[in-house]
Unconditional design. Structure first.
Length: 191
């Protein structure tokens, strides 16, 4: 996988297959540290990324190791967005594990550093991941998002995702309750 196009993003933005920075131990350590910083900062600020408390460095390292391993087996894709030499975002999808669901994948996480949100980084990452899914023969790409994450939901809609379900007040963060919104992108080509 080559660097993805960055239409609409900052001209310095490059989206790479994240297996590249994970290829050697020194680059992998720097990538993991930067990814941890982004994820922990976003979660500390209230972002809905699957953690209530910011993840530990070890949690992020384990997660990235698992996704990179699955990507090497064509069961996942992991993308990293850089502005210059600085990691500013990452995202991945993973293929469903059940044999009957293998043509499908879940866009599990898309995270963009708060300092560059609104500059096209999320769109560039999501577009690259969609292209990776098409290349891998994924038929349906799904995701879920917290209902108050209107920016992400709008981004996904603009990329062709459609809502296929909603669980009202499903996500509990302290006393607050949020809808869990399910979206899908059908990548099957008409016969």
């Amino acid at each position: 996988m080559n660097p993805a196009p960055t239409s609409g993003a900052s001209t310095d933005l490059v989206v790479l297959d994240a297996r590249q920075p994970a290829a050697d131990p020194e680059s992998a350590a720097a990538f993991t540290a930067s990814a941890h910083r982004i994820l922990a900062d976003l979660v500390a600020g209230g972002a809905a990324l699957g953690w209530v408390e910011p993840p530990s460095h070890d949690d992020v390292a384990e997660l990235l190791g698992r996704v990179v391993s699955e990507a090497r087996a064509s069961d996942a894709a992991l993308r990293a967005a850089y502005l210059g030499r600085r990691l500013v975002g990452l995202g991945y999808w993973r293929r469903y594990a059940r044999p009957t669901h293998r043509p499908h994948a879940d866009l599990e996480r898309l995270a963009v550093d708060a300092s560059v949100q609104g500059r096209g980084v999320g769109r560039a990452l999501a577009s690259a991941l969609i292209a990776d899914a098409e290349e891998a023969g994924i038929e349906v790409l799904t995701l879920d998002a917290r209902g108050d994450n209107t920016g992400a939901l709008e981004l996904y809609r603009s990329l062709g995702f459609s809502e296929y379900g909603r669980l009202p007040d499903f996500v509990a963060v302290g006393e607050r309750r949020y809808d869990k919104v399910f979206q899908m992108l059908d990548l099957r080509r008409p016969a």
